[in-house]
Design a protein around this ligand. Structure first.
Ligand code: FPP
Length: 385
């Protein structure tokens, strides 16, 4: 009885949020991300074992997913386990792994919500760090929901955005594009053959774990912490961030509604910022990324480079040339003074310098990824603080 009443109330709220009933349509975030923080504090406050806090957190995750779907959100991402969380005590890590294995299994058996809303589950992160039993459970739930095509749940597990970006750069440098096992071949934006000015960011996005999902519109972190903790940094760069004091297991439907209202208040501004950033990215992408994407520099970028070259040429003609002539004349007259002329931008030597610079950039990018990965692994091996 109460459940039916609550469902009815939620549907009413969803209609109101969408601006139904003849009003103007209001934007609903396409992608909502949650940093589900505060499980242990919740357990401590109730005198429960920590694992009970996480178990309540899992229940709340299922509820929040369903509320999002009812509101019309098509993609939900949650921070279920960070690579940094491996630094917690061995006991807590194994308890969390056992819980994850169990709940990934029960997602399959119990969760009719997934089938009803057509939700595809993707467990994303560096799963090689997790026990093989967790990897297997993750594969099972991904395979079982792979045909669902109306919504996506990204369970970010054994995940950090740094690791995600590093592996994406690795794949870009190696010439790959987005065909993550969990993303489906048709999902990911492809970089192949694209000469569009946004080729580079599309190519990078196709190599992220969340390939095929729209950018995050709304990111909610519970428990009063106001940090991003290395979560979906690229995807959330134009998102509205909402930080709430509520501990994750206490996060309720009204907390979600409050966050969506906040998003709607800022939606127009966010859309303007996103459009401006896209225009800027289209104007000039980094040469290394464009090269990795197999695309030439975008037209506006080429235009800027040409203008710079013309400017340097004019400087050469109007200022340096007369100075060189004067210096040569002075040298002929036997003066010890000499002026070294910079190479003309169009001279063969500067052209070969420029291509050497490009090659060096590409080589540096190729070298950077494994080095940073090593630093990341070393940091992850530090004892918990
Ligand atoms: C942060 O709270 C939460 C986590 C580290 C784990 C969250 C995981 C779940 C809710 C379930 C995951 C489910 C699956 C299927 C993988 P915290 O432990 O940092 O709590 P605190 O902020 O109070 O210390």
């Amino acid at each position: 009885m109460w459940e039916r009443l609550a469902g009815w109330a939620r549907r009413g709220a969803a209609a109101a949020l969408a601006g139904g009933g003849g009003g103007r349509a209001r934007p609903i975030p396409a992608h909502v991300a949650f940093i589900m923080d505060g499980n242990r504090r919740y357990a401590e406050a109730l005198g429960l074992a920590r694992v009970a806090g996480h178990a309540h957190g899992y229940e709340r995750l299922l509820a929040a997913l369903e509320w999002c779907l009812e509101l019309g959100v098509r993609c939900v991402s949650v921070y279920a386990f960070s690579i940094d969380n491996y630094r917690r005590s061995g006991e807590e890590v194994s308890t969390l792994m056992a819980l994850a294995e169990d709940r990934l299994g029960s997602l399959l058996q119990e969760c009719e919500v997934l089938a009803r809303h057509g939700v595809r589950v993707r467990v994303v992160g560096d799963l090689s760090l997790a026990p093989s039993s967790v990897q297997a459970a993750a594969q099972r739930v991904m395979a079982a929901t792979a045909h669902h095509d109306r919504a996506v749940l990204n369970l970010c597990f054994s995940y950090t955005a740094s690791e995600e970006l590093l592996q994406a750069v690795d794949r870009l440098v190696a010439g790959g594009n987005g065909s993550w096992p969990g993303s489906g071949s048709g999902d990911a934006p492809s970089s192949s053959g694209s000469s569009s000015s946004s080729a580079s960011s599309a190519a990078l996005e196709s190599c992220l774990y969340t390939a095929g999902c729209p950018p995050v519109d709304l990111l909610v972190r519970t428990s009063g912490e106001t940090r991003l903790s290395d979560f979906l940094l690229w995807q959330s760069r134009h998102a509205l961030l909402v930080f709430t004091q509520v501990l994750w297991p206490d996060f309720g439907f009204l907390d979600l509604v409050a966050a969506v209202l906040e998003y709607q208040r800022h939606a127009a501004q966010l859309a303007r910022l996103r459009a401006a950033a896209a225009a800027q990215a289209a104007a000039c992408v980094t040469p290394a990324l464009a090269a990795a994407a197999g695309a030439g520099a975008p037209p506006r970028c080429q235009q800027q480079q040409q203008q710079q070259q013309q400017g340097r040429h004019q400087l050469e003609q109007r200022v340096l040339q007369p100075v060189k002539v004067a210096a040569a004349a002075q040298q002929q007259r036997g003066s010890p003074c000499s002026i070294a002329s910079p190479a003309s931008p169009s001279s063969p030597s500067s052209r070969s310098e420029a291509s050497a610079e490009d090659a060096a950039t590409a080589a540096a990018a190729a070298e950077l990824a494994p080095a940073l990965r090593q630093r990341h692994a070393a940091a992850a091996a530090l004892p918990a603080m």
